[in-house]
Design a protein around this ligand. Structure first.
Ligand code: FEO
Ligand code: CA
Ligand code: CA
Ligand code: CA
Length: 683
């Protein structure tokens, strides 16, 4: 078994002895080259940090205000202009309205240009809608048995992606509705939208088998397309040629049925068996009798193979089918962050967010052409796929995922698994990566590369490991210590952020060095552990190599990052309240620079979200005068931690009324934060 990253972190701690980690924390040397106007890198984030809170609203520093930009069910088209009735949502209605449970955000200039222009009063906003939860839908329903197949179809139309035109009027950003679908650039892409498969796995037999089932359920699908749409879209990325990359993550939850119905398939095909076990499908969430046929696992056993991809969407062309980029590998993708290499090739970083899965990188064969946008479509269909292997000495390599390398590794490991071609490697990327010795990690979520103003990757890359709750991490190497007994079970409830530095400051490199950017936790803790809401102890020390990785405000379970133009890092959390019960999920910010004379980097709490919501998709407008983020699933749990998925059916009141207040039903929403004096966020 390949050593877990936590073993390597702890080993590295011993290997380095007393060497201070601070230089590794410092992004400043890289930040200066791209700071606006040649200004030096930000050494501070200037706002008054806010206190921890469980308030059911958005809490901000003095001098900052927020407003809702758009929320679940708001119309994208004038054809949906009737007042929103959450109880009456149908597939047809939802296809004209903003989706649910928003996660990733990306902004595009109204007219494509490269490099992206800074001053924009009209933009295209792309938004992921990760999943729909029954307990937060259809407020009038009082028992799960009241759900119908029409309800389920509406929920499957509430996920996917929205493209929304927005404009700034008198300093305030607002949504621009279009007259009707196809008239303007607003768009909904759902779990039913026809898509194309491109790259080496486009004709993989599993996809071909699934396509038959999907298209049979959606008559009229254009030739060459598959009516599987996209869902489980968590984070993502955007390309220098102005396309949106949405990352399919927990697709297993959309397939209904009894696990036993796959028994014969699994027994006859060990590769399929690995796939079903690794991705953990089917799940018990969707009632089989109500699910559309293509989402019933017994009728479409290879259905899960059309998900787990990075999907490229052209926000400038609402008629273009989304493209599933199979060259980037299939996994539970959190993100797809692009950076240009020194020679113009495109690197894409991706985290596979499941316990003990890996971090991947794709590097295109051809270079980006800034003078010819159309020439760049297809760049991500041809290139090299890698997975990260971390070494104890602080080095690491990007292992090249090819059929030759994977088959040699399988033979070496005594495994009967074999890979027919590159398409098979991409389809079964997890299996190939594991055989080749990729390093298991604590749920790698967002991966963000430092870029200059021309999209060139500068070398440093931050990898967020949100947490790992499995007690099976009972190995002495775990950097998290619930006790000083190294044999005691160890978990990593607070997560950490890793930094890698690509060799030669080139994102196309196949070697890197690595260290710890931050250990999630409480820099002011007086004990090794803190009791969580469910009384489980969480290790909350933020020290690494004997030095605190940061000072200031505590945070846990980092998920998404935004790195601004001066390389200040804005960190959004998902599960902070599970570790620090007195504070809902939040956004904290830290300066790009830290040096030994000033002590550890200072983290400041910038924003706290409402009850039961994760905060995700942190982003700024190009002029950095507006901060946007997603408030996802407000009311998903109450302040005491009770999950609404079960509490609702016992008659519990909904735990949040965000964003509309009063007695309203909660809705996921995108919010905009601005400074009251109109200045740059955090200056
Ligand atoms: Fe959807 Fe990885 O969080
Ligand atoms: Ca989420
Ligand atoms: Ca996430
Ligand atoms: Ca998450």
């Amino acid at each position: 078994m390949t050593r877990h990253l936590n073993d390597l972190i702890a080993s590295r701690r011993a290997f380095l002895g007393g060497l201070a980690g601070l230089p590794l924390l410092n992004l400043a040397a890289c930040a200066t080259s791209s700071a606006p106007g040649g200004a030096s890198a930000a050494r501070t984030v200037n706002f008054t940090p806010i206190a921890a809170t469980n308030a059911d609203t958005i809490t901000l520093p003095p001098g900052y205000s927020w407003r809702t930009l758009i929320a679940w069910g708001d119309p994208l088209f004038d054809t949906a202009s009737a007042p929103l009735d959450l109880n009456a949502l149908t597939r047809a209605e939802q296809e004209q309205r903003f989706g649910v449970h928003n996660d990733m955000l990306a902004l595009f200039a109204a007219d494509y240009a490269f490099p992206p222009p800074k001053d924009q009063d009209r933009m295209l906003l792309c938004v992921n809608h990760e999943y729909a939860s029954a307990e937060l839908a259809f407020p009038a329903i009082t028992a799960p048995q009241q759900f119908t197949s029409a309800h389920i179809e509406a929920l499957l139309a509430s996920v996917g992606v929205s493209v929304v035109e927005i404009e700034r009027v008198n300093g305030a950003w607002r949504v621009v509705t279009n007259p009707a679908p196809g008239e303007g650039r607003n768009r909904r892409i759902t779990a039913f939208t026809p898509v194309r498969f491109t790259g080496p796995a486009a004709n993989h037999p599993w996809i071909n088998a699934a396509a038959t089932a999907f298209n049979a359920a959606e008559p009229g699908t254009p030739a060459g397309e598959v009516a599987c749409g996209t869902h489980s879209n968590c984070a993502g990325g955007l390309t220098p040629w102005g396309t949106y990359l949405t990352a399919e993550e927990n697709f297993d939850g959309t397939f209904a049925g009894a696990p036993e119905s796959l028994a014969a398939w699994r027994a006859s095909d060990p590769d399929f068996d690995f796939d079903a076990r690794s991705f953990e499908y089917p799940k018990p969430y969707l009632p089989e009798a109500l699910a559309p046929s293509q989402f019933r696992i017994a009728q479409n056993p290879h259905g899960p193979s059309v998900y787990g991809w990075i999907v490229e969407i052209d926000p400038y062309n609402p008629d273009a089918a989304p493209r599933k980029l199979t060259a980037l590998g299939r996994k539970k993708n959190e993100c797809a962050t692009t950076a240009l290499a020194a020679d113009g090739r495109v690197a894409v970083y991706m985290g596979d967010d499941q316990r003990n899965e890996f971090v991947y990188k794709f590097v295109s064969r051809r270079a980006f052409d800034p003078a010819n946008r159309a020439a760049n479509f297809g760049l991500l269909d041809d290139g090299d796929l890698y997975v990260a292997q971390f070494h104890e000495d602080g080095g690491g390599v990007w292992l090249h995922l090819t059929p030759e390398n994977a088959n040699a590794a399988a033979a070496r490991e005594g495994s009967p698994a074999r890979f027919a071609d590159q398409g098979d490697v991409c389809m079964r990327a997890r299996q190939a990566a594991r055989l080749m010795g990729a390093t298991p990690m604590d749920r790698p979520e967002d991966v963000e590369a430092l870029l200059d103003a021309n999209w060139r990757g500068l070398g440093p890359v931050l990898i967020v490991c949100t947490n790992n709750s499995i007690n099976g991490q009972a190995r002495p190497g775990n950097p998290r210590r619930e006790s000083d007994d190294p044999a005691a079970p160890q978990v990593n409830l607070a997560g950490h952020i890793i930094r890698i530095d690509e060799a030669g400051a080139d994102v196309a490199a196949t070697r890197f060095s690595w260290g710890i950017f931050a250990m999630g936790g409480d820099p002011n803790a007086t004990a090794l552990t803190a009791p969580t809401r469910d009384a489980r102890p969480a290790h909350v020390s933020v020290a690494y190599q004997g030095e605190p990785t940061f000072a200031g405000d505590r945070f846990a379970c980092p998920d998404n990052l935004f790195i601004d133009s001066t390389h200040r890092v804005w960190i959004a959390t998902d599960g902070n309240d599970g570790v620090f019960a007195d504070c809902n999920d939040c956004v904290v910010a830290t300066a790009s620079a830290a040096d030994a004379a000033e002590g550890p980097r200072l983290v400041k709490r910038f924003l706290v979200g409402p009850v039961g919501a994760e905060i995700c998709g942190p982003l700024m407008t190009p002029d950095e005068k507006a901060f946007l983020c997603c408030v996802q699933h407000p009311g998903g749990n109450d302040v005491a931690g009770a999950d609404f998925s079960s509490a609702r059916w016992r008659g519990a009141p909904v735990p949040s009324h965000f964003p509309d207040g009063g007695d309203s039903w909660p809705r996921s929403a995108v919010i905009v934060v601005t400074r009251d004096d109109g200045g740059r966020i955090g200056d």
